[in-house]
Design a protein. Structure first.
Length: 374
C-alpha cells in the first residue's frame, strides 16, 4: 500500500513544472505552489504513517481540499490525480457516508479553484464526473474487500465448527467404546470373579490332606487375584476414555501403595512441578508405564527398592521409574512369566501419542523413562 502511494506522488510531482500554470512565487503560481506543497506533504505523511483510521480521515480531507484547489488552478497537469486517487482511496477505505463527504469536498475545492481562474465549462463538468466515477470504483473495491473478509471469516468459522464436530464425534466414540468395555469385559470379569470365589469355597470343604487340593486352591486364589486386577484395569480404562479418571498423582500413589502392600519391596513416589490434569492418553500411558515397570521389578529384581518420579513440565509430563539390579545369583521365580512384550507395547503406545519411552540399564540401575505431551 505504501509503495503504491509513493508511485502515485512520484508520477504527479515531475509533471507540475511542465504544466501551463507551473508553481511560482507570486499570483496564481504562488497559489499553485502552496496547494502543491500542502497536498504533497500531507500525502507523504499519510504514506509514512500507515493505515490508521483517524490519520486516513484527516489526510484524505486535507489532500481532497488541497488537490481540488490545485486541479482547479492548473487543470492541464497531473494535479488531477491528487483528487482521483484520494477519492478512490476514500471510497475503498472509509465508510460510504464519510467517503461521499470527501468526494464532495474535492469537487467543491476544484470548483472554487476553477471558478477563480475562469476554467472552461467542459472542465467544470467533466472533472466532477471523473471524481465521482473514481469514488464509485473505490466503493466497488471496498465492497469486494468486505466480501473477501466475510468469506474468510466464514471459512474460519466453518473450520472451527468442523473441528468442534470432529471433537464431539471423537468424544462420543470414546464414550461408546467405554460403554462397550464396561458391558462386555467388566461384567465378564466380575462373573469370573464370583465363580472363582464359589470354587474356592467348594474346595475348602474337601479334605485338607490332599496335595492336589492345596495346589488347586493356590491356582484359584491366584486366578481370583488376577481377575480382580483385570477388573480394576478395565474400570480404569473406562474412566480414561470418559475423561473423568482420578488425578495422575493419585493413581500412581495408589499403584505404589499396592506394590508395597504386596510385600515385594519398598516403593516411593516423588512428584515435581505443579500437578495438573493431563490428557486421557498421557495419563493412561504414564499409568501403564509405571505398572509395567513395577511388574518387571517384581519379576527381575525382587526385594529391590523402586523409586517413581513424576515430573510436570509446562508442555509435557514425564515418569522415571528406577530400581537397582539384583545379583546374578539371586532367585527370580517370576522372571520367566509373561510374554516379554510389555515394554514394546508401551513404547508403541507412547510413539502413537507423540511421546517417547526409553528403558535400559544405567549405572547399575534399571530405568524406564516415559515422556508424554500434555
Amino acid at each position: 500500500m505504501r509503495f503504491s502511494r509513493a508511485k502515485r506522488i512520484a508520477w504527479i510531482l515531475p509533471s507540475m513544472p511542465r504544466s501551463p500554470n507551473p508553481p511560482g512565487t507570486h499570483g496564481r503560481g504562488l497559489a499553485v505552489l502552496v496547494a502543491l506543497v500542502l497536498a504533497s506533504c500531507t500525502w507523504i505523511g499519510w504514506m509514512l504513517t500507515g493505515n490508521h483510521r483517524r490519520i486516513n480521515l484527516l489526510a484524505t480531507a486535507v489532500i481532497a481540499a488541497a488537490g481540488g484547489v490545485l486541479t482547479g488552478l492548473t487543470p492541464y497537469s497531473g494535479a488531477v490525480f491528487f483528487c482521483l486517487m484520494i477519492v478512490f482511496s476514500a471510497g475503498s477505505m472509509l465508510p460510504t457516508e464519510v467517503s461521499a463527504g470527501i468526494t464532495a469536498e474535492a469537487v467543491a475545492a476544484f470548483l472554487i479553484g476553477g471558478l477563480a481562474t475562469g476554467i472552461a465549462v467542459g472542465w467544470a463538468i467533466g472533472f466532477p464526473i471523473s471524481f465521482t466515477g473514481f469514488w464509485f470504483l473505490g466503493l466497488t473495491r471496498r465492497s469486494y474487500i468486505v466480501r473477501a473478509e466475510q468469506a474468510e471469516q466464514l471459512l474460519v468459522d466453518a473450520r472451527r465448527m468442523h473441528a468442534a464436530e470432529t471433537e464431539a464425534a471423537a468424544l462420543g466414540e470414546r464414550a461408546r467404546i467405554a460403554r462397550e468395555i464396561h458391558d462386555v469385559l467388566a461384567h465378564s470379569l466380575a462373573a469370573v470373579s464370583v465363580n472363582l470365589q464359589a470354587a474356592e469355597g467348594l474346595l475348602a470343604s474337601l479334605p485338607a490332606d490332599d496335595p492336589a487340593l492345596t495346589k488347586a486352591q493356590e491356582c484359584v486364589t491366584r486366578a481370583s487375584t488376577l481377575t480382580r486386577e483385570g477388573l480394576a484395569d478395565a474400570r480404569r480404562a473406562v474412566l480414561a476414555l470418559r475423561d473423568d479418571s482420578a488425578p495422575l498423582t493419585d493413581q500412581l500413589s495408589m499403584l505404589t501403595s499396592e506394590f508395597r502392600a504386596a510385600g515385594d519391596a519398598a516403593a516411593a513416589l516423588d512428584v515435581t512441578g505443579s500437578p495438573r490434569p493431563v490428557s486421557a492418553g498421557a495419563g493412561l500411558a504414564a499409568y501403564r508405564a509405571v505398572q509395567e515397570a513395577l511388574t518387571n521389578a517384581r519379576k527381575h529384581a525382587p526385594g529391590q527398592p523402586v523409586r517413581v518420579c513424576l515430573d510436570f513440565q509446562p508442555d509435557m509430563v514425564s515418569v522415571l521409574v528406577t530400581n537397582p539390579l539384583s545379583d546374578a545369583a539371586a532367585a527370580r521365580p517370576l522372571s520367566d512369566t509373561g510374554a516379554g512384550y510389555g515394554l514394546t507395547g508401551l513404547r508403541e503406545r507412547a510413539v502413537l501419542a507423540g511421546g517417547t519411552l526409553d528403558a535400559g540399564q544405567v549405572d547399575g540401575e534399571w530405568r524406564v523413562c516415559l515422556k508424554m505431551p500434555t
